[in-house]
Design a protein around this ligand. Structure first.
Ligand SMILES: *Cc1c(COP(=O)(O)O)cnc(C)c1O
Length: 423
C-alpha cells in the first residue's frame, strides 16, 4: 500500500492504482520527487501557480509577515497585509468596484458572490429565486458552486439538493440571437438573481474558448433586464487569458468579480470577491438585516494576503503580461505545427492557455471519464512532464516562467502520443 494510506485525495477514486508523486522540492517550472525525478509542472499545480514555484520575492514577503504574526481575527481587527492587498487589487478591477470581501478559495469566493447577489434583491424587497449560467460551467465544489454549474458526474449525487439555475449554451454566431431572446423570456417568467460565468475560457469544461463580443452582448442584455453579473475569474484571473482579467477584454463590466487560484501566485489559499458600488450601497444601512452574515475563520489570512500583494507587485516588476504574450506566440507556432495531424482537433490558445482534443476512433467523446486521460497523463509523466487532461482534452496552463523550448517539447510529446495511439 501507499505511504499516503490514510489520506483521501481530491477528485481521485479511493481504489485508484495511481501513485501520487512525492514532491520534496519545487522551483520555477519544475517539481522534484523523492526518487530523484525532475518533472515540468505544465498544469501550474491545478492552475494556481503564476510566476513559478518558490519564487524568492513571494517567499520573502511571506517570511516577513511571519515575523509579525500569522493570522488574526478579521471581524474586529485589520492588518497591513490585507489593506495593502485591497489597495493594490482595486487598481486591476472594474473602476466602480471598491469593496473586497476576502475568503479562502475559489468556491468560497463564488459562494460570497451568489449570497451577496441574492441578499441584494432580498433587501430591495424582490423575491428572486434562480441564477443564470452557461452549460459546461464550473464554479467550485460547495453546494452553491455546484448549483450554479453544469449538471454532470461531479454533482450527480447531489442533484435534487441543488438550487435552481437556468443554463444557456456557450454563445457563437448562430446561437447568440436565440440566447438573448431566451434570457428575456425566462426572466419574465421567473426573474434571475444573477448571471454567473467564466469569462472567455471555461476551464473544467475542457478549456472551452468563446468570443468576448458575444459574452459582452449577454452581459449587456442582463444589465438591461436588471440581472446582476458575476465574473468567475478564479481560473482566468492573473493573466491566464492574456490580460490581467479576462473581463479586461470587454467594455461592459460585471457587478462582481471572484478571484482565487492565481491570487497568491500559487503559494497560499485565498479567495476574494469584489463588489460594485451599486450593490454595496444596498448594504450600507444600520438595520441588522442589511449586514452580510458571512465569514470564514481565516478571512483575510495575513500570510496569504502578503503573498498576494507580492504576486501583484511581480506583475509590474517582471512585466508578466509580456511573458504571457510570448507564451501565446509560442502556442501559435505549435498550432501551425500540429494543424492537420490526424487525430488532433480544435487546436486553440488564449494567453497562457493552450488546448486541443485527441480525437481517436477508440477513444471517442469529451467525457471527463474518457480513459484517454490516464493514458495521456502516463505518457507525459514517463517523459518528465505533469499534465492533467480533461477527458480527451489536452491542455497546457503552465507557470509563466516556462521557456519556449519547453512549450515546444510539450507540443511534440502530444503529437507523438496521438500518433502512437492504436486506431
Ligand atoms: C477552480 C475553480 C473554482 C473553485 O476554486 P477552488 O479554489 O478549487 O474552490 C471556481 N471557479 C472556477 C472557474 C474554477 O476554475
Amino acid at each position: 500500500m501507499y505511504a499516503s494510506d490514510n489520506i483521501w485525495r481530491p477528485f481521485t477514486s479511493l481504489v485508484s492504482k495511481s501513485k501520487p508523486l512525492k514532491i520534496v522540492k519545487a522551483e520555477g517550472l519544475y517539481l522534484y520527487t523523492e526518487d530523484g525525478n525532475k518533472i515540468a509542472d505544465l498544469n501550474a499545480s491545478w492552475w494556481v501557480n503564476i510566476h513559478g514555484h518558490s519564487h524568492p520575492y513571494i517567499s520573502e514577503a511571506i517570511r516577513k509577515q511571519l515575523e509579525k504574526f500569522g493570522h488574526v481575527m478579521f471581524s474586529d481587527c485589520t492588518h497591513e497585509a490585507a489593506e495593502t492587498l485591497a489597495k493594490k487589487i482595486v487598481n486591476f478591477l472594474p473602476q466602480n468596484h471598491k469593496k473586497i470581501f476576502f475568503s479562502d478559495n475559489g468556491s468560497t469566493a463564488v459562494e460570497v458572490a451568489l449570497k451577496i447577489s441574492r441578499q441584494y434583491f432580498y433587501l430591495k424587497g424582490e423575491q428572486r429565486g434562480r441564477y443564470l449560467a452557461f452549460h459546461g460551467g464550473y464554479h467550485g465544489d460547495t453546494f452553491g458552486g455546484m448549483s450554479a454549474a453544469e449538471r454532470n458526474v461531479f454533482n450527480a449525487a447531489f442533484r435534487n439538493l441543488l438550487f435552481d439555475t437556468f443554463l444557456i449554451p456557450l454563445p457563437d454566431d448562430d446561437k447568440i440571437p436565440d440566447i438573448l431572446n431566451t434570457i428575456e423570456i425566462e426572466h419574465k417568467k421567473n426573474p434571475f438573481i444573477a448571471f454567473i460565468y467564466e469569462p472567455l475560457v471555461q476551464g473544467a469544461a475542457g478549456m472551452k474558448m468563446y468570443e468576448a463580443r458575444y459574452l459582452e452582448q449577454i452581459i449587456n442584455r442582463c444589465s438591461e433586464l436588471g440581472i446582476l453579473t458575476i465574473a468567475d475569474e478564479v481560473m482566468t484571473g492573473f493573466g491566464r487569458t492574456g490580460t490581467f482579467l479576462a473581463s479586461d477584454q470587454m467594455k461592459s463590466k460585471p457587478d462582481m468579480v471572484c478571484l482565487s487560484k492565481g491570487l497568491t501566485g500559487g503559494f497560499m489559499p485565498l479567495g476574494l470577491t469584489s463588489v460594485s458600488d451599486k450593490v454595496v450601497e444596498v448594504f450600507e444601512n444600520e438595520n441588522p438585516m442589511h449586514t452580510f452574515y458571512h465569514g470564514h475563520s481565516y478571512t483575510a489570512y495575513a500570510l496569504a494576503c502578503s503573498a498576494a500583494a507580492a504576486n501583484i507587485e511581480l506583475f509590474e516588476k517582471e512585466n508578466t503580461l509580456q511573458k504571457v504574450q510570448r507564451m501565446e506566440s509560442a502556442y501559435r507556432n505549435c498550432i501551425l505545427q500540429l494543424r492537420g495531424v490526424s487525430g488532433i482537433q480544435n487546436l486553440r490558445c488564449k494567453g497562457g492557455i493552450f488546448a486541443a482534443e485527441a480525437d481517436i476512433q477508440n477513444y471517442k467523446g469529451e467525457d471527463y471519464l474518457n480513459p484517454l486521460k490516464g493514458k495521456m497523463q502516463e505518457y507525459f509523466l514517463e517523459r518528465g512532464m505533469l499534465i492533467r487532461p480533461l477527458g480527451n482534452t489536452f491542455y497546457l496552463i503552465p507557470p509563466y516562467c516556462i521557456r519556449e523550448e519547453e512549450i515546444y517539447s510539450a507540443a511534440d510529446c502530444f503529437r507523438n502520443f496521438v500518433e502512437g495511439l492504436e486506431r
